[in-house]
Design a protein. Structure first.
Length: 274
C-alpha cells in the first residue's frame, strides 16, 4: 500500500498532484534520460561539472519518490558509450560523483528495500568504479522492492548487438535452433532481461530524441518530454509525468474501443477462421 504522506506532505502542490493520480494505474517501469546538466551550469556561469554535481539531488529525490510510489523499476541513463568523447576532466568528475553517490546512498537503498543494478558494458569502466558498483550490488542483492538501474557505458545499439552475439553463440553451440529465434529470445538476452519494458520514458531539458537509450525496450513506451533541466527535476515533475502518462490511451498498435465501433469501421471478427 502506498503511504501518501511519505510521497508528498498534505497541503503541498505535490500532494494535490498525487491526489489526481490513479494509484492503481501507475507504470511498472519508468526510464529517464537525465539531460540538461551542462546547460544548467552554463545558465549560472558555472563549470559543467557543477551541473553534474547538482544533478545528484535530482537522482536522490526521483529514486526516493519512485520507490515510495512502489514502482517496480526505475532506470536512469547516466553515461552512454558516446559520452567518452567528452573532456577527460568531465568524465573523471562524473565517475567520481557516481562513486560518491553510491558510498553515501547505498545504505539508504538497503533501508528502503531498493535493489541496485547496472545496465551497460560495465567491464569497460575503471576498476575503482567497478569496485564501487560491486559493493552497492552486493549490499542490495537481497532487497525485494523497486529495482533501481543505472545505465553506464550504455548504448541501445550495442545492447542489441550483444544480444545478437549471445544468440549466435548459443546457435553455434547447438543449444539454440536458429529457426526458433523470436522476439522473446532476443529480449531474454538483453541487459534488462528480468525487468518489464518501460511503460514511460521521461526526457528532461526539452530535447526531442531518445539518444540510443533502451531502443528495443521502449517500443511501446509513452514518452514525456519536459523543458525542466535535470538538476531542477523534483518530485513534482515526476508526478506531472505520471499524470501525463495516465491521460494517454495505450493501444499497442490497435484502436480505441469507441473507434473500432464507429460507423464505417468494420467490427473485429470474433475469431479468425470461425
Amino acid at each position: 500500500m502506498i503511504e501518501k504522506d511519505l510521497v508528498a506532505a498534505p497541503g503541498t502542490p505535490e500532494r494535490a498532484l498525487l491526489e489526481t493520480l490513479d494509484l492503481g494505474r501507475l507504470p511498472r517501469h519508468v526510464a529517464v534520460i537525465m539531460d540538461g546538466n551542462g546547460r544548467w551550469a552554463k545558465q549560472r556561469h558555472l563549470p559543467r561539472v557543477e551541473g553534474h554535481r547538482a544533478g545528484a539531488s535530482a537522482v536522490r529525490e526521483t529514486v526516493e519518490t519512485a520507490a515510495r510510489l512502489r514502482l517496480d523499476a526505475l532506470t536512469l541513463y547516466a553515461f552512454s558509450t558516446e559520452n567518452w568523447k567528452r573532456p577527460k576532466a568531465e568524465v573523471s568528475t562524473l565517475f567520481a560523483l557516481l562513486k560518491e553517490f553510491l558510498k553515501r546512498e547505498f545504505r539508504s537503498l538497503v533501508e528502503n528495500d531498493i535493489r541496485f543494478r547496472v545496465v551497460g558494458r560495465a567491464d569497460g569502466l575503471d576498476p575503482s568504479v567497478r569496485s564501487a558498483l560491486a559493493t552497492a550490488l552486493e549490499a542490495t542483492a537481497s532487497c525485494r522492492g523497486m529495482v533501481f538501474s543505472v545505465a553506464l557505458n550504455y548504448s541501445g545499439r550495442a545492447e542489441i548487438a550483444d544480444a545478437a552475439r549471445a544468440l549466435a553463440r548459443d546457435a553455434a553451440a547447438g543449444s539454440l535452433d536458429p529457426e526458433t529465434i523470436d522476439e522473446d529470445a532476443v529480449a531474454r538476452r538483453l541487459y534488462t532481461a528480468d525487468l518489464p519494458d518501460p511503460d514511460l520514458l521521461i526526457r528532461t531539458s526539452g530535447e526531442l530524441r531518445i539518444s540510443n537509450f533502451l531502443l528495443w525496450q521502449i517500443a511501446y513506451a509513452e514518452i514525456h518530454v519536459t523543458p525542466v533541466l535535470w538538476p531542477d527535476f523534483r518530485r513534482r515533475h515526476l508526478l506531472e509525468a505520471l499524470l501525463d502518462y495516465q491521460r494517454r490511451e495505450r493501444r499497442y498498435g490497435g484502436v480505441a474501443e469507441e473507434d473500432a465501433s464507429a460507423p464505417g469501421v468494420p467490427p473485429a471478427p470474433a475469431a479468425l477462421g470461425a
